[in-house]
Design a protein around this ligand. Sequence first.
Ligand SMILES: Cc1ncc(COP(=O)(O)O)c(C=O)c1O
Length: 462
Amino acid sequence: MIDFEPQDLNHEWVEELLTCVTDEELEDATKHSLVPFKEQVLYEGVPYTATVRDSKGDEYIDCTAQAWTLNVGYVNPDVLYTVAYQMKRLTHVRYGYPTVPRIKLLNKLASMFGERFQKICFNNEGGGFGIEGAMKLAMVYKGPPHTTFITAWRGYHGSSLALLPASAWLPVITRFPGYGIDRYVKAPYPYCYRCPLGLEEESCDLGCLKMMEGTMRHSVNAPIAGVIIEPIQGPGGHVPAPRKYLEGRRELCTRFDIPLIFDESQTGWGRVGAWCASDLYGVYPDMIVFTKAIGGGFPLGVLMTDERFPDFTEAEEHTTFGSNPVMMAAALANIEVIERMGLVERSKKLGEKITARLRELQGAYDIIGDIRCPGLYIGVELVEDRETKKPSFPMASEFIKEGTRNGVIYDLSMPDLFLDGVSGRNVIKIKPPLTITDSEVEKVLEVFEICLKHVSKMKQGG
Ligand SMILES: Cc1ncc(COP(=O)(O)O)c(C=O)c1O
């Protein structure tokens, strides 16, 4: 184990490097960056809270957990200690090598869902790579000529060229239609507030499930290799599928022997008030993909399945950094921290508290169309009025700005532009670290009302 002190460098050099940035450096970097930046230079998180400071010293309560990832907060001391400890021994090995954290993480994950998901692989890329891994296994399982995957309207599964067409088509934010467009067919997602079939939830008799069966039978041009779905749609607007719908999908996939793949990139690791949406619903897929919060702040993607599916060869599922022992050590500590801090239960409890207050606000502000949860996976849909349910992107985007001005970072659903030019990007997300404190929750709710008041004036032409 190596000594963890600078040798050729020194403390001052490292401190200067990582703590000081000038406006000029930022300006230059902005010119050099191929991708745009947000306004704040994030600088340091505060442990056991949802707070982050920027380089100017301004503090924000972060209701995004940085892409719904930092469930244990920005800088959890136990995760960091474990990571630093691992870094003293090994930071990188080639994919084929097992390491102590890899062995422990395989066994730990296999123990978490009963006998269900006993076969597991890792990647350092995240959810998209995990989904592609699931697709590869499904294709081997079904064999040629099974090449079609069914995904959902307004779904999102990743930004690789192979996954763009699996996701909602977003010409507003991406110029790429993706490769393999002919491999995907999209079926309506059960978005009950705006039922794609124009039905009422109380009397719909799950028309969308019938539509799904119809899609499987009639919409495809080649045999189906797999069905991919977010059990609670995230980027597409925080839409929980009804339990009976997921049960129905499970039954359909079992009946037709088609692998059901759950994309739990966002819903995993306590976010929904359960370890994952599958646990919450009691409906389990054949393959499940996790990323984001599973790594405790470090990049990790995980695909879990069972023995019915063939193992990969080493070449079929690897990347240079895919066996990174640091991310696996982080994931092990992360699970332990979530368990010991009771964060899954906390997410459930705080989710109930926040949504109860939001429902009170809904009584007072008619721009709140719908409020969706569970746990700290909250989406609030802003509409021009409740009758028409017309989504209000102008109000939603101004809401986010007002939030930031008041020290709370909220975020929006993904840019979803309808053919008539109406933007469906109107869902405000509240998905903070599960370590958010009680007083931070109060502030998030206070600022939420300030933002509502502010954007309501837009409606009144103020
Ligand atoms: C539901 C869902 N699936 C897949 C992905 C892709 O994950 P990654 O960006 O790690 O590839 C995301 C990312 O936001 C996501 O939200």
